[in-house]
Design a protein around this ligand. Structure first.
Ligand code: THU
Length: 160
């Protein structure tokens, strides 16, 4: 028996104003994407913006459904949109932000497990880390250096 220690570093920015222009611009795209979310059931709108290696930004937002499980998260809408429009292109960064109809979210909202798993698939294929920046509506922004950092001991194609 032995113990395994995994160490992960994240960067915490006090607010969007501490971000570089490139990331701040990406986050603004995610914020704009929120306004196009379809979230009548939860009232919780999520926006995601992806920066590709060709400099293009592809956005996504959550799309809900009266049959609740048929809805989809913003991050997966964004990554599938990016991959369907620009297959095999390297994904550099993703910015994620939210807006709730019931409260002002002032803590960073991390992507759900299924979105992490989905994003990881593309990170593994491109053999280059995808940086993930996430925040609430206001306040701190957290940067993860890769999907691997957000999802240790993940399931991938090597097991199949
Ligand atoms: N949601 C996302 O869009 N991304 C996540 O990572 C977590 C949750 C959406 C799904 C649903 O429309 C709403 O937020 C409330 O769960």
């Amino acid at each position: 028996m032995k113990e395994l220690n995994k160490q992960t570093s994240f960067v915490i920015y006090k607010s969007i104003s501490e971000l570089t222009n490139e990331i701040s611009d990406l986050m603004q795209h995610a914020k704009k994407a929120i306004s196009r979310a379809y979230a009548p059931y939860s009232g919780f709108q999520v926006g995601a913006a992806i920066l590709l290696a060709n400099g293009k930004i592809v956005t996504g937002n959550n799309q809900e459904n009266a049959a609740y499980p048929s809805g989809m998260c913003a991050e997966r809408v964004a990554i599938w949109s990016a991959s369907s429009r620009y297959p095999n292109i390297v994904i550099k960064k993703i910015a994620i932000t939210v807006k709730s109809s019931t409260k002002q979210v002032d803590q960073p909202v991390a992507p759900c497990g299924a979105c992490r798993q989905t994003l990881l698939e593309y990170e593994i294929n491109q053999k280059e880390p995808i940086e993930v920046f996430f925040m609430g509506e206001i306040g701190k922004v957290i940067k993860a250096n890769s999907l691997q950092d957000l999802l240790p001991f993940s399931f991938d194609q090597s097991f199949l």
